[in-house]
Design a protein around this ligand. Structure first.
Ligand code: HEC
Ligand code: HEC
Length: 352
């Protein structure tokens, strides 16, 4: 009896299925990442199960390629100048390098820093304040936002319908040449949710692979990080996805109250979603309003300038004690979180 159970467990493990229950989830492709240039989605070992499982939106090569074309197409904006890729640049892990807040159509400024995009299948909510809860509903916001792309979705559909290439691509992705908002959003969701970043030096270190040897300083940085930062920036995603007030002073430009905008609850004032720190060395400037241009400045905030609001996170009741050496060590660790494989992955780059 016991023996049968052990054998069953071994079979499960060999098939890459997670315990307990050991039921295959038909919606998740658990094959190893594809090296042929075709898209696939796999849950890296040791990671939690994703939130978005492509359950009603089967990931296919054609759906993904359509999503990529849409992501990089400036025709999704009123004057054909701004694509999703304008503000989400691959070399910057799909953040907007050097832009504190977003720059959209006619150079209009938004209020917030464009977040990096990766590992979005794991993300329970979107935007700095969690204002969007489903990746398939997210794109309507930038497309129709008057300071981003500023185009009613009906006009996007009209534009795309006039393009034979799109007709062909919608047919290959969804079985007919109908172009509607649901299909546009589903294709974009396939493209975005398939973006998995798990090949940094840190990941290799954790997996014990070559290229993952940490030097003394990186090891010290990791250990400091685990005691001082990981409560909120929790491994392996480097966020706990909660909303927290990390003691930033109010931002004078916008008076952005963060999570309170969504809940109306004054307890949520100035709380923002804890951002992942993967690829963090590539995504300056930092924080919801891009107020810090270097990692040094971010850590300086934590060690000398935490502002005590009514609801500053209890973990940050005091400045975090860090010497100059500690600061340098943490920064050297944070640099191991850059995943150049991801930022150079041709599957996610602008189609030619
Ligand atoms: C003008 C710049 C701009 C454009 C164009 C733009 N975005 Fe964004 N994006 C942002 C900003 C700024 C945020 C943060 C918004 C907030 O928190 O209120 C964001 C947030 C997101 C998020 C949520 C990420 C997270 O961590 O919560 C996703 C996903 C996203 N954008 C995808 C897209 C897609 C898809 C398009 C094209 C349809 C697009 N963006 C176009 C600036 C832009
Ligand atoms: C109590 C929770 C908490 C702790 C502890 C914490 N952070 Fe944060 N961190 C946050 C929140 C919340 C934000 C986003 C705040 C905002 O943008 O307004 C953030 C933002 C950041 C950013 C900017 C990310 C980006 O994409 O802009 C960096 C870098 C960062 N933290 C590093 C650290 C380091 C290093 C430590 C340890 C020394 C640390 N954090 C400790 C909650 C925390």
């Amino acid at each position: 009896m016991k023996k049968t159970l052990i054998v069953a467990i071994l079979i499960c493990l060999a098939a890459g299925l997670s315990l307990p229950g050991c039921k295959p989830d038909p919606s998740i492709n658990i094959a190893p990442p594809d090296t042929s240039g075709n898209i696939s989605f796999a849950v890296p070992a040791g990671w939690p199960q994703p939130v978005y499982t492509f359950e009603n939106n089967q990931l296919t090569q054609n759906g993904f390629v359509l999503g990529r074309k849409l992501f990089y197409d400036p025709r999704l904006s009123r004057d054909n100048t701004i694509s999703c890729g304008t503000c989400h640049q691959q070399f910057a892990a799909f953040s907007h390098l050097d832009h504190a807040v977003s720059h959209g159509i006619n150079n209009l400024l938004g209020k917030r820093n464009a977040p990096a995009l990766f590992n979005m299948a794991w993300m329970p909510t979107f935007f700095w304040d969690g204002g969007v809860i489903n990746i398939e509903n997210q794109p309507i916001n930038p497309i129709q936002n008057p300071v981003e792309m500023d185009l009613p979705i009906a006009d996007v559909i009209t534009k795309l319908k006039g393009d034979d290439t799109y007709k062909t691509m919608f047919t290959s992705a969804f079985g007919s040449d109908t172009i509607n908002s649901q299909r546009i959003f589903r294709a974009l969701a396939q493209f975005m949710a398939a973006m998995v970043s798990n090949n940094s030096k840190y990941d290799k270190y954790v997996r014990g692979e070559s290229g993952g040897n940490f030097d003394e300083q990186e090891l010290r940085g990791l250990s400091l990080f685990r005691t001082k930062c990981a409560l909120c920036h929790t491994e392996p995603m480097f966020t706990d996805y909660k909303y927290r007030n990390d003691g930033l002073r109010a931002d004078s430009n916008t008076g952005d109250v963060g999570r309170m905008l969504i809940t109306g609850n004054v307890q949520d004032q100035f709380k923002f979603k804890v951002p992942s720190l993967r690829n963090i060395a590539l995504t300056a400037p930092y924080m919801h309003d891009g107020r810090f241009s270097t990692l040094d400045a971010v850590i300086e905030h934590y060690r000398s300038d935490i502002f005590q609001w009514r609801n500053t996170d209890p973990a940050l009741r005091f400045n975090i004690a860090l010497s100059d050496q500690d600061k340098a060590d943490i920064i050297s660790f944070l640099k191991t979180l850059s995943d150049e494989t991801f930022t150079h992955d041709p599957r996610f780059s602008e189609p030619r």
